[in-house]
Design a protein around this ligand. Sequence first.
Ligand code: CTP
Ligand code: CA
Length: 235
Amino acid sequence: SSDVLGSKPLAGRTVTISAGGTREALDPVRFLGNRSSGKQGVALAAAALEAGARVTFLAAHMDVLPPSGVDVVRVESALELRDAALEAASGSDVVIMAAAVADFRPAEVSDTKIKKSNGDDAPVLHLVQNPDILHELVERRNADKGSQLIVGFAAETGDEDGDVLQHATAKLKRKGCDLLVVNQVGVGRVFGQDENSVIILSGNGAAPQSASGTKTDVAAVVIDRISTELGRVRP
Ligand code: CTP
Ligand code: CA
């Protein structure tokens, strides 16, 4: 059938995609958040559905709705996303971490609304580091000697320590994932925008692959690359 010939290259595959930005509670009404819109994750989910996959969509805070046809799991914080990701990943052929996960969360969450009390100094926020979900997924896959394909996303800027590619290559090594999709971030770029430009780095030493255009275009290239990688025999 045409499915076998490649129009539905992910038929029979289950793909988990995280999207949006986590919110880290300070008290019942306040949180620390980020500007992730969730649009890239939605585009990835649509492309994966189009390719025939069954999609579990882990939705942190998003400016847009999840596409219809996916199994949606709503999460708020990084810790909630971690639980959801570990659970969903156990039955998935592919995990794509497109969510912007807060690196830190408040060390303490107040049960009651934090008040300004007369004359007191402004409160100081103490933060603790969140677990690295992507890294944990990779560690578990490796411990299980599994063949799951794990894909990270990274937004990078060049700085005095190196350019975007140098930072991204180091991050790919650190995370141990199979593919890292790298966005170059600057003021007014990527976050909330409809256009972007990425480089796909591979952990197996394959040459970097570029893609640009709308988030839909980028998603199609990423899902295509994932289909190719799944078709390959990996060590
Ligand atoms: N990620 C994750 N868990 C975290 C932080 C990030 O799973 N606690 C995932 C993101 O979903 C993304 C990838 O890791 O797929 C890269 O995120 P990024 O923020 O670029 O990486 P960090 O290791 O947090 O590095 P940085 O200090 O540059 O923020
Ligand atoms: Ca980070």
